[in-house]
Design a protein around this ligand. Structure first.
Ligand code: THU
Length: 138
């Protein structure tokens, strides 16, 4: 594991501490790195109207996109689980659409981690290519 990725995991761990998870008590942190080296963090934020809850990965990606970022190189996701926590289905779709090129690393608090690419997590993904007249840049 590169030092770079290891340090992104540490940043995601810190972001996890901001998690707003009073209902599940399941804290997740994420950190996404841009091509220029800037890092945006996210944590899960739960709503009393449960379905409005947003995952840590999407919070990080929304923050970055809303600041004008478009190119991402790495994404780290951290949760306190024995089996490493992967992104949910909704986040996989968003990662595919907005951070397709990023190396994804899942990690836990015990120092375990595993690296993936979104194509492994979301095969045959749907995206704008299927919408008539829309072009997607890879
Ligand atoms: N959650 C994330 O933030 N990311 C994931 O990859 C999986 C699930 C959050 C959503 C919710 O606040 C809590 O974990 C339990 O599902």
């Amino acid at each position: 594991m590169s030092e770079d990725l290891q340090s992104l995991i540490e940043t995601a761990k810190e972001a996890r501490l901001h998690s707003v998870a009073p209902f599940s008590d399941f804290k997740v942190g994420a950190a996404v790195k841009t091509e220029s080296g800037k890092i945006y963090t996210g944590c899960n934020v739960e709503s009393a109207s449960y379905g409005l809850t947003v995952c840590a990965e999407r919070v990080a990606i929304w923050k970055a996109l809303s600041e004008g970022e478009r190119q991402f190189t790495e994404l780290a996701v951290v949760a306190d689980t024995e089996t490493l926590t992967p992104p949910c289905g909704t986040c996989r779709q968003i990662i595919w659409e907005f951070a397709r090129g990023a190396t994804i690393v899942f990690a836990n608090l015990k120092g375990q981690s595993e690296v993936f690419h979104i194509a492994e997590l979301l095969p045959r993904a749907f995206d704008a290519r299927f919408l008539k007249g829309k072009k997607v840049t890879d």
